[in-house]
Design a protein around this ligand. Structure first.
Ligand code: ATP
Ligand code: MG
Length: 303
């Protein structure tokens, strides 16, 4: 057994221990009937609306009675702090260094949304020691019972972080706009995820479209190419968010559009998207989708 295999084995054993603990908690009634789902919001190209979608979905889910944790895994400039109007002091680096508990760095966003702030540590996920990874796993395990959904803002592109977070999530929502580069970059992401990580299922969300027809026609083009060149990939249409000036104005106010302009078209689209996603995660296999398994897959893949 080489060193990498030994590490994988350690992580597997530890995560099975964690799995048992959680199952016991569930059996003892602490979180019966609830599974914290992990949904990643991702894209091939930057600037297509991921962070706004994460922020608005988070608030929409909260309004539907779900406890939502946003994990800001995007290190770009336009991160969730901006649209939530928050100023986190710490981030996950402090947890990795063992200085803070995960629960201590979580920041409250609007309407009860919780946020794990971004950090450069995420970029170094692959370089963490096995001890640090196990520590993170157990920290996340402690949080599991508090949330129904974790939304991950992955950042754009096909860098290893984006790919790992998507691979580990239970549901992947790929945001695409009608811009040709957004479509080709989305295809590149699907291709890497499918060919290298055998990830088959993706939800495609069209953003900044003029109308529903435009959204559907871009989705059709993308799925035709995927059907032809990525045999076995399965794309579903998550719907569309129309281009809406109110969304831009909400960003200026540092608020999600569903808070600043609840009756705007984009706000209504976000509500519909939240309903659709809730229905679809409720139909998925619960053993496959919660926070604990997300971290387990993440550390196993990056050990
Ligand atoms: N539906 C929309 N209608 C109008 N403008 C939009 C819409 N969605 C996003 N935008 C605009 O696009 C900008 C970029 O959005 P956002 O920061 O959410 O993208 P991102 O994909 O997270 O970017 P990055 O890849 O840099 O993290 C927003 O500030 C907003 O001005
Ligand atoms: Mg962003």
């Amino acid at each position: 057994m080489d060193q990498a295999e030994r590490l994988r084995e350690m992580v597997r054993k530890e995560s099975h221990k964690i799995a048992e603990t959680v199952t016991n908690k569930e059996i003892s009634g602490q979180k019966s009937g609830r599974a914290p789902w992990v949904i990643s919001i991702t894209s091939g190209k930057g600037g297509v609306g991921k962070t706004n979608i994460v922020g608005n979905l988070a608030v929409s889910f909260q309004r539907k009675g779900k406890n939502v944790l946003v994990f800001d895994a995007d290190l770009g400039l336009a991160n969730i702090d901006i649209i939530f109007g928050i100023h986190p002091k710490d981030n996950i680096d402090a947890v990795i260094r063992g200085e803070k508990r995960l629960s201590e760095i979580i920041v409250q966003g609007p309407e009860g949304v919780s946020v794990i702030p971004a950090s450069s540590g995420i970029e170094e996920m692959a370089n963490l020691t096995e001890g640090q990874k196990l520590h993170l796993l157990s920290e996340f395990d402690d949080l599991t019972h508090r949330f129904d959904i974790m939304l991950v803002d992955t950042g754009a592109g096909i860098s290893s972080n984006v790919v790992y977070f998507n691979m580990a999530a239970q549901k992947r929502v790929v945001v695409v706009t009608p811009e040709p580069t957004s479509i080709t970059d989305a295809y590149a992401l699907l291709k890497v995820m499918f060919n290298q990580y055998k990830t088959k299922e993706f939800s495609i969300l069209m953003n900044m479209v003029k109308n529903e027809n435009e959204g559907k026609s871009v989705f059709k083009k993308l799925s035709q190419v995927a059907d032809k060149f990525l045999k076995g990939v399965c794309l579903d249409y998550a719907g569309c968010i129309l281009w809406d000036e109110y969304l831009k104005q909400a960003v200026v106010k540092r608020q999600p559009v569903v808070c600043a302009y609840p009756r705007a078209v984009a706000s209504q689209n976000m509500g519909t998207l939240a309903d659709r996603l809730l229905r679809s995660v409720a139909e998925s296999d619960p053993a496959d989708g919660n926070i604990k398994f997300f971290w387990r897959r993440l550390v196993e893949e990056t050990v």
